[in-house]
Write a protein that binds this ligand. Structure first.
Ligand code: GAP
Length: 446
């Protein structure tokens, strides 16, 4: 994890937030390459939800919703973590995570393990951030930052019934920020207080819920592996009854083998009719599907695949991180799936003279119309390759003296390190072709 954190900062993927003020715990800012990688992850999710299917529509709902939302959803009463305070070191811990927490005075021990530790009884602490709407804090002005994007989808169910002409089974998908006042944080971007979720609520006839739950478990596992995560680092784990959220009758987590051990990447839950029924009760509105032909009506069940964008990024970075040796020199390389790589092609003139930069600039202008491309002419060619390897750029195009004679360039592959000569006129098609080929992590064969 330390290596990922350091590379992320060094190469402009992720910075600790508010660093000039000493940082704010568990808050991170995404730099240039982090934004590009994150956009690619989200783009692939939208693609799988919207472009490759015809039974899902999109939504972007508000972060601050009517406060009754959270009464109906059960978050106001039940979205809590059990907490204990230590009267000696004044730190606060999750009662159910004491074994993973470090004592404030003796970090080699867990809270409660030293004679000086003086822990309070455990009490429940709500994870939702509160704020107020309007200039005066008065009764009725308290609102919450959403702790999951899912509720915005349920609040809009009626709108979609009216406008989208969809009937169950169909889904509504959304990506957006969620907020939780987490007590146990740390582990870089694995668990933060502000994070992005990619959630899809799939509304189905109740008797089909089991079948669709299975469908989404396998579809989501395939999505993660199709983007290069090594299958032996991924598993599906069904929740025990005592782990289930208040709304779920069955949940399975997609877990990834992070440096901190097997941990949740995505949850795939059967939420039954809990949310629509609750919102119908609290709002007084009918939230059901009515078959206009037969007059049949029912409240659909919901199957929900819910993934975290930041956690996905961490998994892709961890899975991609590799070190090898080229000609006796140590190399750090991100073996990202090319469709996720922040930059697809680097264009590098071998030397900064003899017309090479001018020709390289032409090649750069042609390629950037099609894929994210970077131009770099500064420093020794080896150093420039290393830099692109560290940000995961799958291909580098080098313009040399021969390029000016025969209009060909060398195309270097990040993983195999093979270099081939390609006519400049064919470069765009060659890169596009490579981008659409299936990709397999070379770490699987190492
Ligand atoms: N709507 C269901 C729901 O929110 P969840 O398991 O609490 O379920 C779904 O969250 C996903 O959101 C998780 O699998 C994880 O990837 C991500 N996530 C949840 N809390 C997070 C946090 N504090 N920091 C980063 N990601 C988080």
């Amino acid at each position: 994890m330390d290596k990922i954190v350091s590379l992320s900062k060094r190469r402009g993927f992720v910075f600790p937030s508010s660093e000039i003020y000493g940082g704010l715990g568990s808050s991170y800012d995404y730099g240039h390459y982090g934004v590009l990688l994150k956009n690619n992850v989200k783009g692939q999710w939208w693609r799988a939800m919207l472009q490759e299917r015809d039974d899902i529509v999109a939504l972007d709902s508000a972060i601050i919703q009517h406060p009754r939302t959270w009464e109906a959803s059960g978050h106001l009463a039940g979205f809590t973590d059990p907490l204990v305070d230590c009267r000696t070191c004044k730190l606060r811990f999750r009662a159910d995570h004491l074994g993973q927490s470090a004592c404030g005075r003796k970090p080699s021990k867990h809270p409660g393990e030293t004679p000086e530790c003086d822990l309070t009884e455990s009490r429940d602490f709500n994870l939702m951030f509160q704020t107020t709407v309007g200039p005066v804090k008065e009764e009725g002005s308290t609102v919450y930052l959403r702790p999951e994007t899912a509720q915005g989808i349920f609040l809009n169910f009626k709108n979609y019934m009216q406008f989208s002409r969809k009937k169950p089974p169909f889904g509504i998908a959304q990506i957006g920020k969620s907020f939780r006042n987490e007590i146990t944080t740390g582990n870089f971007i694995f668990r933060t207080r502000e994070f992005e979720q990619m959630e899809m609520e799939f509304f189905v006839p109740p008797p089909e819920a089991g079948k669709w739950h299975q469908h989404w478990m396998s579809a989501r596992m395939n999505w993660w592996t199709s983007l290069g995560l090594r299958p032996d680092h991924l598993r599906l784990r069904a929740h025990d009854d005592d782990e289930l959220s208040h709304y779920s009758s069955a949940t399975s987590d997609v877990e990834y083998l992070f440096p901190i051990g097997w941990s949740e990447l995505e949850g795939i839950a059967n939420r039954g009719d809990f949310d629509l029924t609750q919102h119908a009760k609290f709002s007084g509105q009918k939230l059901e599907y009515v078959d206009t032909a037969t007059g049949d009506r029912y409240v659909p069940y919901v199957i929900e695949p819910a993934a975290g964008v930041d956690r996905a990024m961490l998994a892709f970075l961890v899975d991609a991180y590799d070190e090898d040796e080229i000609e006796g020199e140590q190399r750090t390389v991100l073996r990202l799936h090319p469709v996720l790589a922040p930059v697809k092609v680097a264009v590098l003139p071998l030397v900064r003279k003899d017309g090479q930069p001018e020709l390289a600039a032409e090649v750069f202008r042609e390629l950037r119309d099609h894929v994210q491309t970077e131009y770099d002419e500064g420093g020794a060619i080896g150093r420039r390759y290393r830099r692109q390897d560290e940000i995961g750029t799958p291909w580098a195009v080098t313009i040399d003296h021969q390029s000016l004679e025969d209009q060909t360039v060398t195309l270097r592959d990040r993983d195999s390190l093979k270099q081939v000569r390609v006519p400049i006129g064919e470069l765009t098609d060659v890169i596009r072709g490579r981008l659409s080929e299936p990709w397999r992590s070379p770490k699987l064969d190492a």
